[in-house]
Design a protein around this ligand. Structure first.
Ligand code: SF4
Ligand code: MSK
Length: 653
């Protein structure tokens, strides 16, 4: 494989020790990684600012990024039209990824209820009932199966409804919903919204950037409060709602003397079936007779985060680590389903003689082995993967080098568990969170989420930003590859409270929680929306999500899915800061619209910064602005518990 001419210093590529070791090894082995390609393939300066259009064959048309209004496209499209159309298509693609995944989960749910799929069952009937009741489905005295089928039909509308508001709008705080109604952005089904987004951004259709933005918002809301939310709900109902669990992460979880199988992707069902296969006594015996001490199932990326939260399964790393784990030489099979799977993995896997197996018909890769996961008989696929891994273990030829780096942390903080954790099992409530925000112990809440990107030093911005936020008493909620960046850095355990400001540290100590709460995969950002909705409903922090002292951030994003998530955060009322790059031409009216005007219209707004310190500054300034608007900027006098109080409290328990 070709090497780039001048290699970047490893310490400039990543702060992850394991990744650094594996980049060094790959260079010795002559294996090219995506870090190398990011260096040799410079970003196109016009495309980087989203200032080109290829929506028809009269173009492609390139705008002048230094003077964006000095020309228009062949059809006459202005820079604002081009920017808005490009942005809209990114949101449509991201929303399609989440909602196609969500709809697949819903179809699996239907087939579990009607008995077609026997391998999975309903693990959380309570959640099923709660969701059904929240959607006004009758539950009293009815069979669970009947309630479940009614729920299926109601949730299907999230994707297919062509007219009127989708059922999950019932979860939106009323004032936020009224704002959306007034702005004309309440979503219909995701299929309808994505279709209209694609239509309106075709040559010669919608050429008014403000009008295009309305459809962008509607499409994003159909994702966040629709398709993604259903995906999370159904995954919890079928596979169990996560609760905190201590987990070991980083590449040190790979074991030289075991058959190591990596599962990477986004759909929980592949990993759920793998969990069953690796516990099969026959397969375990086969592994033992091949000389292995056991079968070591390891998650990566987002489905790995879900399995970690539900089963305590070890996790080897985030998006930027998926090639690097193969470089250890110790991976006996890597199996993938959908989303964020780099095509480059195939070549790296081939070099290290690791079977690389795709399992979803939507995502085949040239050169990879495809074993379709049939949901009716998932074990046929997953057993075969295990057998292939055992064979590779027996015939391992490549030298093995595993970074001896691990970190332990606590993960699995679902919306429901935060409720329970704060309020106790009999009076589960977000009231203590709101009270601690009002009294100033907690300054505000930030969702720090999203990808890693080889054009940005891996994990650096995530970790530095979160450290800065918790030091300033901001409680951090996490999902996706960001969560794994913090987990590897050791900030997801209760010990991280030592890095928090005094107010947040006190709350963490009282409740027994870390200052950084991992909520799961990137579709699980819907858990953050529900937490925000609950904070509004509990009261004391304003009437709508836009009133909350809260913000969102994706410091190292790379996927169109992140843009869709960012837009539904913004549309919900949350100030959302993206880092390192943004698909925007500076000084345009569309930029002003996203970064300023949306807030005046009652939504949140976008922000951008290219250093974690600046991201933190923007987020904290926004939280302080919201606190001032709520009249809670002057913190109440703090009453500290002294030893005598503690003793009397102890006597009560
Ligand atoms: Fe150029 Fe207009 Fe065609 Fe875009 S739609 S490529 S701006 S002519
Ligand atoms: S996997 S979308 S790199 S978070 Fe969900 Fe990570 Fe971003 Fe993919």
């Amino acid at each position: 494989m070709a090497k780039p001419l001048e290699l970047m210093k490893v310490e400039d590529i990543t702060i992850c020790e394991s990744t650094a070791q594996m980049i060094t090894k790959a260079r010795k082995d002559g294996v090219e990684l995506f870090f190398d390609r990011a260096q040799s393939m410079k970003a196109c300066p016009i495309g980087e600012q989203s200032a080109c259009c290829k929506n028809c064959s009269m173009g492609p048309c390139r705008m002048n990024v230094n003077s964006p209004y000095d020309r228009v496209g062949v059809c006459g499209a202005t820079i604002d039209t081009i920017l808005a159309r490009n942005f809209g298509r990114m949101v449509a693609a991201g929303a399609a990824a989440h909602t196609d995944h969500g709809m697949a989960m819903l179809e699996l749910f239907r087939d579990v209820i009607n008995g077609k799929v026997k391998e999975y069952s309903i693990k959380d009937p309570l959640k099923l009932i709660e969701i059904a009741e929240s959607l006004d489905i009758e539950t009293e005295g009815r069979e669970l199966k009947d309630v479940a089928m009614d729920l299926y039909h109601e949730l299907e509308k999230t994707y297919t409804q062509v007219e009127g508001e989708i059922p999950l709008m019932k979860r939106v705080p009323i004032k936020t919903l009224e704002q959306w109604r007034e702005a004309g952005v309440v979503p219909r089904g995701a299929m309808r919204e994505i279709m209209e987004m694609m239509h309106r951004t075709a040559i010669g259709v919608d050429q008014d950037y403000e009008n295009i933005t309305k459809q962008i918002t509607r499409t994003a809301l159909a994702d966040g409060w629709g398709g993604s939310m259903v995906s999370t709900d159904i995954s919890d109902i079928l596979f169990g709602t996560p609760a905190p669990v201590e987990v070991e992460v980083d590449m040190g979880v790979i074991k030289e003397d075991q058959v190591n199988i990596i599962v990477h992707g986004h759909e929980p069902n592949l990993l759920e079936a793998m969990v069953v296969s690796v516990a099969d006594p026959t397969l375990l015996a086969a592994a033992k007779s091949a000389g292995a001490k056991g079968i070591n199932l390891i998650g990566m990326c987002c489905s790995g985060l879900e399995a970690m939260s539900r089963h305590g399964l070890p996790h080897a790393g985030n998006f930027s680590d998926t090639e690097c784990v193969l470089v250890t030489g110790a991976i006996d099979a890597m199996t993938v389903d959908i989303q964020c799977i780099k095509q480059g993995l195939q070549k790296v896997a081939a070099f290290y003689q690791t079977p690389f197996i795709t399992t979803n018909y939507r995502a085949k890769i040239e050169g990879a082995l495809h074993i379709q996961l049939d949901e009716l008989l998932p074990r046929e696929c997953t057993d075969e993967i295990v057998i292939k891994a055992i064979t590779r273990f027996k015939n391992r030829e490549k030298p093995v080098q595993i970074p001896q780096v691990t970190a332990k942390g606590v993960h699995g903080f679902s919306f429901e568990y935060i409720n329970y954790m704060l309020g106790g099992s009999f009076r589960g409530s977000y009231t203590p969170l709101n009270e601690n925000i009002i009294n100033g112990r907690i300054r505000g809440v930030a969702g720090v989420v999203g990808c890693t990107n080889p054009r940005s030093k891996q994990d650096y911005s995530h970790v530095e930003l979160v450290k800065e936020l918790i030091k300033n008493d901001v409680l951090v909620l996490q999902t996706g590859c960001s969560q794994m960046a913090l987990a590897k850095a050791g900030l997801t355990g209760p010990g991280a409270a030592a890095l928090a400001g005094p107010g947040l540290a006190e709350v963490c100590e009282t409740v027994g929680m870390p200052p950084v709460l991992g909520l799961g995969s990137c579709v699980d950002n819907s858990r953050i929306l529900l937490a925000a909705a609950e904070m509004v409903k509990v009261g004391g922090l304003g009437d709508c999500i836009a009133d909350l002292p809260a913000a969102g951030c994706a410091p190292e994003w790379m996927s169109e899915k992140a843009i869709a998530i960012g837009q539904y955060f913004v549309a919900s009322g949350i100030y959302t800061v993206f880092g390192h790059t943004f698909p925007m031409t500076k000084g345009t009216r569309f930029e002003k619209h996203l970064f300023h005007d949306l807030e005046d219209l009652g939504f949140g707004k976008w922000g951008f910064a290219d250093s974690p310190k600046e991201m933190a500054r923007l987020i904290i300034a926004h939280i302080d602005k919201k606190r001032a608007q709520l009249g809670i900027d002057k913190t109440r006098e703090r009453v500290l518990t002294d030893m005598a109080d503690r003793r009397s409290l102890d006597a009560l328990v």
